[in-house]
Design a protein around this ligand. Structure first.
Ligand code: C2E
Ligand code: MG
Ligand code: MG
Ligand code: MG
Length: 285
């Protein structure tokens, strides 16, 4: 039985009757609560970064991706898929995104201070709302400068939908950052709508094959064809290609045989706190 509450409101012009679904009210209150929780989370430093390794075909660690986690005092660890959309809508992604940028840059600088990790790159996810800020480039450059990290080792991960919306402004921002050495990777590549002519115009460095294609690469010929095409496209455009969501050695080998030479996925390690990663580095030394 569907519960429907009826709400009567007497407007000056007469009787207006509104129907609403209590489920709707639940959604709205949950969101409002979560937003308030997120504000508290920011001020109480409940957000943390995990890092996931990226390796080349020789098995050498070449970099890491910073992945945001929310350590909620009651709900435990919350995944970004659950709170990033709301953080975007509420605008809270701006302070959160700035924190991610500072924290990831500081971590990278710390790695660069150790000989065995001095070559690593750091991939940082950037959301549309963050990138659309008029002063986005300045914020990033200021952060890099303030922390004192090598800009050439920073890879900002953007998505297709973000890039094609207002292409002129996008290109301008990217060029400004590129002039200072910052690199760009196109995340979840193949799932969006960017046309090939856009790809040519954008100062990208890397395409990141979406994990949905990698998942069934061995059993679905279409996925295999798509990855092959992306790898070929990267080659023709002079872009590096990395595959995400690589979980098995067979997937890795298949990708490598298609000429993909960088990988990220559970096969090499799940996203982990910095300390675990640092331990891993000292073990592999
Ligand atoms: P993404 O950037 O495409 O990140 C890859 C996601 O795949 C991560 O999920 C990662 O944990 C997961 N993953 C890695 N290897 C494997 C694998 O082998 N198999 C499978 N099944 N999954 C794998 P996560 O950490 O839950 O992040 C989800 C999304 O949230 C990210 O997708 C990214 O779009 C967004 N996100 C994460 N951190 C940030 C951030 O700091 N800022 C912004 N704006 N977005 C972020
Ligand atoms: Mg990413
Ligand atoms: Mg991705
Ligand atoms: Mg994704």
């Amino acid at each position: 039985q569907v519960e429907v509450a009826m709400y009567e409101a007497k407007a000056s012009g007469g009787n207006n009757v509104y129907f609403f679904d209590p489920d709707m009210l639940n959604i709205v209150t949950t969101r409002a609560m979560m937003e308030a929780d997120m504000r508290t989370g920011i001020s109480q430093e409940q957000f943390i970064l995990h890092y996931q390794l990226q390796v080349n075909s020789a098995g050498k660690i070449i970099g890491a991706e910073a992945l945001l986690r929310w350590q909620h005092p009651e709900k435990g660890m919350i995944s970004p898929a659950e709170f990033i959309p709301l953080a975007e809508e509420s605008g809270l992604i701006i302070p959160i995104g700035n924190w991610v940028m500072r924290t990831a840059c500081a971590q990278l600088r710390a790695w660069h201070q150790q000989k065995e990790t001095s070559h690593l790159t750091m991939s940082i996810n950037v959301s549309a709302k963050q990138f659309r800020q008029p002063d986005f480039s300045d914020i990033v450059l200021h952060c890099i400068d303030h922390i004192g990290v090598d800009a050439r080792k920073i890879k900002l991960e953007l998505t297709e939908s973000l890039l094609v919306d207002n292409i002129e402004e996008t290109i301008q921002k990217m060029h400004l950052l590129k002039a200072h050495g910052v690199c760009f990777s196109l995340d979840d590549f193949g799932t969006g709508y960017s046309s090939l002519s856009y790809l040519k115009q954008l100062p990208l460095d890397q395409l990141k094959i979406d994990q949905s294609f990698v998942k069934d690469i061995l059993i679905n010929p279409n996925d295999a064809a798509i990855t092959r095409t992306i790898i070929g496209l990267g080659k023709s455009l002079g872009l590096a290609v990395i595959a995400e969501g690589v979980e098995t050695e067979t997937q890795r080998l298949f990708l490598q045989n298609q000429d993909c030479h960088a990988f990220q996925g559970y096969l090499f390690g799940k996203p982990v706190p910095e300390l675990d990663l640092t331990r891993k580095f000292s073990l592999s030394r």
